[in-house]
Design a binder for this molecule. Sequence first.
Ligand code: C2O
Ligand code: CU
Length: 543
Amino acid sequence: GNVHHYDFVLKETNFTRLCTTKSMLVVNESWPGPVIRVHKGDTVFVTVHNKGTYGVTVHWHGVKQPRNPWPDGPENITQCPIPAGTSFTQELSFSDEEGTLWWHAHSDWSRATVHGAIIIYPKPGTTYPYPMPYKEELLVLGEWYNGDVMAIIDEALETGGDPNVSDAFAINGQPGDLYDCSNASTYRLLVNYGKTYLLRIVNAVMNEEIFFGIAKHNLTVVGMDGAYLKPIKTDYIMITPGQTMDVLVTANQSPSHYYIMGSPFADTTAPFDNTSTTAIFQYSGNYTPPSTPYSPSLPAYDDKDAAGNFTVRLKSLASKQHPISVPLKITERIFMTVSVNQIYCANESCDGPDGNRLSASLNNISFVTPTIDILQAYYRHIHGVYNSTFPSIPPYFFNFTGDVGNNTIYPSQGTKVKMIKYGSVVEIIFQGTNVGAAENHPMHLHGYSFYVVGMGNGNFDNKTSPKTYNLVDPPLVNTIGLPKNGWTTIRFVADNPGVWFMHCHLERHASWGMDTVLIVTDGLANTNKMRGQPAYMPPCAKS
Ligand code: C2O
Ligand code: CU
């Protein structure tokens, strides 16, 4: 493959949306940031120059980085933040991904403004497993906050409640016609009648899953998270934060103006932004456009069935050119409850109702981010940074999705990681619970794509649930929505040694502790299975 170099200059830059001007941290003065374009098999070196005022890290979401967790990016998991005024060069290897992925900051909430797309074309001389589109377009879904996004989570942790919701969703950085002051700058996708377009859609939203559609036009979903899917014909998609989808659309309606629209799917009691962002699918030629573009009819914000019915249709292409191999003989099984909880403020400077604040957990452990990175602690045998006691089952079993009462179950707090033997065949069953507030959770794993072999409502049942598994053509993804009060089973072979973060991609849940770390090891951190530490890593204040 080829080698490419990119410079990412992180800097506070002024932006005006919704008639509000604010300075925000972005890359190369743009929001969304620059696009990385490669072919499968290429290598990229990105030099991140931090010209902001605080330390930040950048993560390459969905890039597996075989044997090389060092440039992966999550703050205090694989590296310490890049101090303001310094730079850090990160190496990205594109081994088997093909399609669309993205990059984003992985420090507190800075990813709201620090993100962009990664496009991985097929190897030179090969082509897409679907008809060549006339043109490709990138649509990055984001969230605009009038206030300082980094302050929002700090304040929420302080007051113990839910963080403020955003002021608008956005498509390619533009909120669109339905918001104040943003009519003139609405993103327009100009199309020619009869042509087919490939839309590469990235959900960079912080806290909401999104229903997306284009008025009167059918969509055909052909890829997701850097892998191909069996084509799905649909009039809407449901895309969670963290996911990317490749969608074909043919401009085959009467030439006019049609809304491209994103609206939240939020089957939750937590506050959320129930507004819609729009762009315009605009035909070229001579015609009189309607005074307002046609609108798609997207599912209602709480339409759990519409969300679920879309997600169950995701299947790997599993063709001769793009074969898959679904693991069958499991050697490591983890059952993991996923909950939103409460934590006593006693040991923290928070000031929530009844002396509690909102928190979140996996197997009833609310993750505490350490002060130096886990990768370094693992590699250099530094004790006291983490412990490897993350359990393979919850502390006790109960009717997870029954009436468990509000706020009755408090998690413990700690930096607990799960050690996984290199080469293990891993199955993780995520079980949503009704503790606190039940919600969907887009679960994401670094360093891997995984097969989603099953999904259902209610409690996972050892006898009946596995009978429903799809072991033929399950989708291969890096982020999957765990349904509210339901379960999801994923499988993968632990063939990528390293330290890999796993978390809910709703930013408020990740901040509350819905995270853990998988350390894939043969027991000898310094063997040639995992690459050695690069000559330069950003320094940790406390090491
Ligand atoms: Cu998209 Cu841990 O990240
Ligand atoms: Cu979550």
